[in-house]
Design a protein around this ligand. Structure first.
Ligand code: DQA
Length: 220
């Protein structure tokens, strides 16, 4: 069975009922943000320890003493990457840059720790899975950052899902969608979010996370 099909059948053993999403090469609970590795296509659902360092950034815990341990962080933020964003780094680098999605997620996790929030990141190429991920934000998330990719311009289903979720939502785009082809200038999803950040490359995600946390703290 495909891992994304299997994930739909699983529930988080750590918080007991959280839905499980595919996040790159591992699984993650959409409710409590626990991560579960996948080895040879088989998920290891035993609860994992939180990582001690941010991989790739070379940040050791003793260098960041001001950052609270995960357990004491209150706000949960969900980042959803839409279709083809798993191809960042090799996909049209002149438009989207050379940075990979894995690197963007590392940078976002580092920023989340600095901001004192707990971050879950997921990527999907499938509209229905993105709808499900958006809906999962109702499970205690204080904010949502979404790059709906090409679904930005077409998906009423994702727009409706966004409209149904009450937390602050920030839409982000690496490229400036208003400076590109006519069909990209319309954001169908944009009317259902708090605001849009577009055109700052990978920094759009960083700015989007900061905006979502600011809005979430104001809404508390
Ligand atoms: C994008 C812009 C969309 O038009 C495109 O389909 C993408 C990426 C961006 O981040 O610039 O996949 O959302």
């Amino acid at each position: 069975m495909d891992i994304s099909e299997l994930a739909k059948l699983l529930r988080c053993p750590s918080c007991e009922d959280g839905p499980i999403l595919v996040a790159g090469d591992h699984l993650v609970c959409a409710k409590c943000a626990r991560e579960y590795p996948v080895r040879d296509g088989i998920p290891d659902m035993l609860p994992q320890e939180a990582p001690e360092t941010v991989e790739g950034l070379g940040v050791a815990p003793e260098q960041t003493p001001e950052i609270e341990p995960l357990d004491q962080q209150e706000l949960k933020i969900l980042v959803i990457h839409g279709p083809n964003l798993n191809m960042l780094g090799v996909r049209e680098p002149d438009i989207y840059g050379a940075v990979t999605l894995e690197r963007i997620d590392d940078i976002l996790q580092h920023e989340a720790r600095a901001l004192g929030v707990r971050l879950t990141t997921v990527q999907s190429n499938h509209e229905g899975d993105i709808v499900t991920a958006v809906q999962s934000a109702a499970d205690g998330y204080a904010g949502l950052v979404i790059n709906p990719g090409a679904y930005t311009h077409t998906s009423i289903a994702i727009r409706d899902a966004l409209a149904a979720v009450r937390c602050p939502k920030v839409e982000v785009h690496l490229s400036n969608i208003h400076a590109r082809e006519e069909f990209r200038k319309i954001s169908v999803t944009g009317g259902a979010v708090s605001g849009i950040i577009s055109g700052f490359g990978a920094d759009s995600y960083l700015l989007g996370l900061q905006a979502a946390v600011r809005l979430a703290r104001k809404a508390k």
